[in-house]
Design a protein around this ligand. Sequence first.
Ligand code: CLR
Length: 491
Amino acid sequence: MKQRCEEYLSFIGTLPRELEVVNSGDASTIEKPQSELFKHDCSSSGKCSEYSNTESSDDAVQQEVGQLSDKDEFHFYDTRQSFSDITASPDMKMRYLNYGSGAHKIGELHDIDKTNEYLFSSKRRSELPVPVEKEKGVSLWSMIKDNVGKDLTRVCLPVYFNEPLSSLQKCFEELEYSYLLDRAYEYGSRGNGLMRTLYVAAFAVSGYASTDARPCKPFNPLLGETYEADYPEKGIRFFSEKVSHHPMVMACHCEGKGWKFWGDSNLKSKFWGQSIQLDPSGVLTLEFDDGETFQWSKVTTTINNLIIGRLYCHHHGTMNINGNRQYSCKLIFKEQSFLDRNPRQVQGFVKDANGTKVASLMGKWDESMSYIINDDTSRVNSRTANQSAGGTLLWEKNEPPANPIRYNLSSFAITLNELPPGLKEKLPPTDSRLRPDQRHLENGEYEKANSEKLRLETRQRMARKMQESGWKPRWFQRDTEDGTFRYVGGE
Ligand SMILES: CC(C)CCC[C@@H](C)[C@H]1CC[C@H]2[C@@H]3CC=C4C[C@@H](O)CC[C@]4(C)[C@H]3CC[C@]12C
């Protein structure tokens, strides 16, 4: 029986062959080996069958949603819910978060009007709503074990494994420390290219800080779903859209004081049984208003202890931050070894146009980053073996919220899905904040969240066909030269 419940889980591949089920009709009979994995005793929850047994052929879906026709292709989602006509129709009007100051495009960022200030600057929330229902503990194993040997991208996980943020919102989360880019801009415009490069490097690392101790999965946006954020207190605006479902690609664009930052996220995943390896394949570009640019790609992320133990992720590999002027930077995210007493380390250096190392960088992606200008590198090295003791601080992770928050969100992350009065009317209907399943989860209404999630996922099965029949992103366009998505805006 083919698993048809198409929850995307695009980062999960197929289970290893040796774990395949002998008789596909009986998921409890497992060939070999009798590993720890299978001895693990987890009570299966009733919820599981509700999801894993959802079967329907594409034909059935087709019947349910209606026949595909050229005219219809943008209107597959029914209109019962505010979020259901999710794919952006070509004539949909974009309403920027401009609160009555007249339509301004994302380039005109910094005129904070009064409404905006009222809605955001001083009054962003510092807590999630109190959950309506009690949380249920469901083990991931109970979900996976009935699907051994099947394509896990087609396994549908119930909402208990999600955090109330979409992947689009998570992209914005990587801009929590955008002030580092403001600083980089200022240094550069005062002629200090080295300090600019160091701050850019610190920024590139700081994006990982929020991934620590966050064991839940973000919501998979629907094709054409968007997330737009206006944070005048940070001086930034952000816009993102899910531009492809197969493969899953999200395009992002952000503008701040003196800089623009864009890129698309496209993850390649390998499933290793107890862990998943994610290899991001997009390029991130940072462009300062004076023409200096830096480009880099993200390093590999491994999610460990999928089945037994505490789930955590770890980032490793080399990040080359290539500048178009004087300086470039190389950062190494250390591999984790079993007995490592000092994990999560990042080390690197900045080199000038001649290839001379002019500064060193050291720190941890979940803590802080520091630098040493080359003149004093040798002195510090000979003085102490512990490099992280030396150096001048560039970046430090913010304190977590005073009261521990569900899902372990940072104070910044807590604000991302907030829907204050008046905002709803200003958002396009495709915004992640309007996803009913995500909203229900945030409110702790798990039953409702689950049924809405299932409903939207059923709709989403059409995404491949929509893409094949010419669906195009609304706000981004693929660059014909380098294949990256660029924000084109519009109304
Ligand atoms: C099977 C389920 C329950 C496991 C939960 C998996 C969680 C830990 C996974 C799912 C998606 C993952 C994220 C996907 C993409 C990225 C971008 C990458 O550049 C940094 C890591 C980061 C941000 C991942 C962190 C870990 C993550 C949040």
